[in-house]
Design a protein around this ligand. Structure first.
Ligand code: ADP
Length: 244
């Protein structure tokens, strides 16, 4: 990655469900190299923003990434534009090995005919991604038996195999042990150096430790934006969200 226009620029994003406004005219910019946390109470609209820019729910407004408009495109086309997304429950293929999951992601991204063809082992790209994601030594393990943390890292690895330059992660550390959380934070810090990363997160300790910047949502609107310190010193944010 690393194109000059590899940043996310959302303008006037608006999402309604049967007349209920879930996201109200949001403007949000996330720069290349940023590790941005999206926080706020349940129902604030965090997941809906990610759903809208990955083509899962219809939306009005604009979301540009890498010079391309994402709104109005199909989910598969958005993946091809370098946008990768994880869900709260890791969606790896439990019956396949770690390596086969990564080869599957590579095959889906490139040519189906090449899928599993390299029986001799991992491609150089997959090898380096396994190193980045802490999966070296796990290549031949069945994904289903991996500890929860490693399943999430595998899913992130699958996005990297697909050349994702914008990563949208929904509560990546939910259910992780403190050690897994720490390792995930370090992984995301490394990855975000030459990518654009947006994380929806409820774990405020994790946010404090690893966020470069934070956007606080409430009732479909942006309540505040800035550094962790800015957010923690914002009276309205403390009252509505951080206070409890
Ligand atoms: P958050 O991720 O911040 O918890 P969501 O984006 O999931 O919030 O939800 C925002 C609002 O939109 C909530 O009131 C939720 O009930 C509503 N909502 C989300 N998805 C749908 C849907 N598919 N149909 C109807 N309402 C929805």
């Amino acid at each position: 990655g690393g194109q000059w226009n590899d940043y996310l620029e959302i303008r006037g994003l608006h999402v309604e469900f049967d007349g209920f406004v879930a996201v109200k005219d949001i403007d949000l910019t996330v720069m290349h190299g940023d590790l941005r946390f999206l926080i706020g109470p349940n129902g604030a609209g965090k997941t809906t923003i990610i759903d809208a820019i990955t083509g899962l729910v219809p939306a009005a407004g604009s979301a540009m990434f890498g010079g391309e408009e994402l709104i109005g495109r199909k989910p598969n086309d958005i993946v091809r534009l370098g946008v990768g997304r994880t869900f709260q429950t890791a969606s790896v293929v439990e019956e396949l090995s770690v390596l086969q999951n990564l080869q599957l992601a590579e095959g889906l991204h490139k040519k189906m005919s090449e899928l599993f063809r390299r029986t001799e082992g991992a491609s150089r790209n997959i090898q380096s991604i396994m190193e980045v994601c802490g999966l070296v030594g796990d290549a031949d393990k069945t994904a289903g038996i991996l500890p929860h943390g490693k399943k999430q890292w595998l899913e992130i690895g699958m996005l990297l195999v697909q050349d994702a330059r914008l990563l949208l992660l929904d509560e990546p550390v939910a259910g992780m042990t403190p050690a897994e959380r720490q390792a995930t934070g370090e992984l995301l810090t490394r990855i975000s150096r030459n990518r654009t990363v947006v994380i929806v997160e409820h774990d405020m300790d994790f946010m404090r430790q690893f966020a470069d910047s934070v956007t606080v949502l409430n009732q479909g609107r942006i309540l505040a934006e800035g550094s962790v310190e800015d957010i923690q010193n914002n009276e309205e944010v403390v009252r509505i969200y951080l206070g409890g």
